[in-house]
Write a protein that binds this ligand. Structure first.
Ligand code: MBD
Ligand code: FE
Length: 289
């Protein structure tokens, strides 16, 4: 086991107050702190899972992946360097902000910043912004992230070195493109790639423990006037029931529950689905309306 989990993410946004309203009022996250430049958000006992950085260019900033030891960090650095992806050492300011002990920074084949670390501060008290049954995280990590890429093979090779293996594929008819879903723990996918004309972040998914909280999140998103980009639906491959909203960073967030897990690697069959969902998820990737 080289990596354990997707542990934190960083995003850029022009309006931190808007992110705060969205994260607390719709998603149920706790604000750890907010300055003129940054907003940090808690989902569980980890110090923070989301960091929002004030920037003129909204979008994805970085993903943070948990590695067991410094020896593992060195081994992965060697392998990625050999593949043509050298590491930069994280600065002390970066380690301090992220609340991690050791940090290595890479750039994936799509130009996305990837951070490998160990020793994220944990054991913090979590008080959700609204009463609900909590986020499903722990050994499964914070959720999943998805990139569109024009270089599927190179991206799969890079993330393959990190220990991600293919769960399944979906051919998505409305966009005539294949998506690849990958896992590194029992979560069906922590990472996915969608073939497309450019390298750009597509969406992040976070999971809650109860269907009621997905329904409540959907209502709260509508009440806040957030754009629901894909209606409530149930995915074919991971069986997650979810909906998607536009975030203040200009990409989508999927809010769901009920994901199935991959418990036994030996018995797992890699298949290709021909639709993203059993029902619902009306939007650009399925039955556009
Ligand atoms: C997902 O999580 C997803 O976002 C899509 C588009 C298809 C299957 C599972
Ligand atoms: Fe998803």
């Amino acid at each position: 086991m080289s990596l354990h989990t997707l542990s934190y993410v960083g995003f850029n946004a022009t309006d931190l107050d808007d992110w705060r309203q969205y994260a607390t009022g719709v998603l149920g996250m706790q604000v750890v702190d907010q300055t003129a430049d940054t907003l940090r958000l808690r989902m569980d006992e980890k110090h923070h899972r989301f960091a929002i950085h004030k920037s003129a260019a909204p979008g994805f900033a970085y993903s943070g992946w948990d590695v067991a030891t410094r020896a593992e960090l060195d081994r992965l650095t060697t392998e990625l360097t050999a593949l043509g992806y050298p590491a930069a050492e994280g600065t002390e300011a970066e380690r301090t902000f992220r609340k991690v002990v050791d940090l290595r920074v890479f750039t994936d084949p799509g130009g996305n910043r990837v951070e490998l670390f160990y020793g994220q501060l944990s054991g913090c008290p979590f008080t959700p912004a609204r009463q609900f049954g909590g986020f499903k995280t722990g050994e499964l990590g914070l959720g999943h992230i998805v990139f569109m890429t024009k270089n599927m093979d190179a991206m799969m090779a890079f993330y393959g070195v990190l220990g991600l293996t293919v769960s399944d594929y979906i051919f998505i008819k409305p966009v005539q493109s294949r998506a690849c879903f990958m896992h590194l723990n029992a979560r069906h996918h922590s990472f996915a790639l969608l073939g497309g004309p450019q390298d750009v972040f597509h969406h992040i998914m976070i999971e809650v423990n109860s269907l009621d909280d997905v329904g409540m999140g959907n209502e709260l998103a509508l009440r806040q006037g957030r754009k629901v980009t894909m209606s409530l639906g149930k995915h074919t491959n991971d069986e997650v029931v979810s909906f998607y909203t536009m975030t203040p960073s200009g990409f989508e967030l999927e809010y769901g529950c009920g994901g199935r897990t991959i418990e036994n690697e030996e018995d797992w069959q890699v298949v290709e689905y021909d639709d993203i969902s059993f029902w619902g998820h009306l939007g650009p990737l399925r039955a556009p309306v």
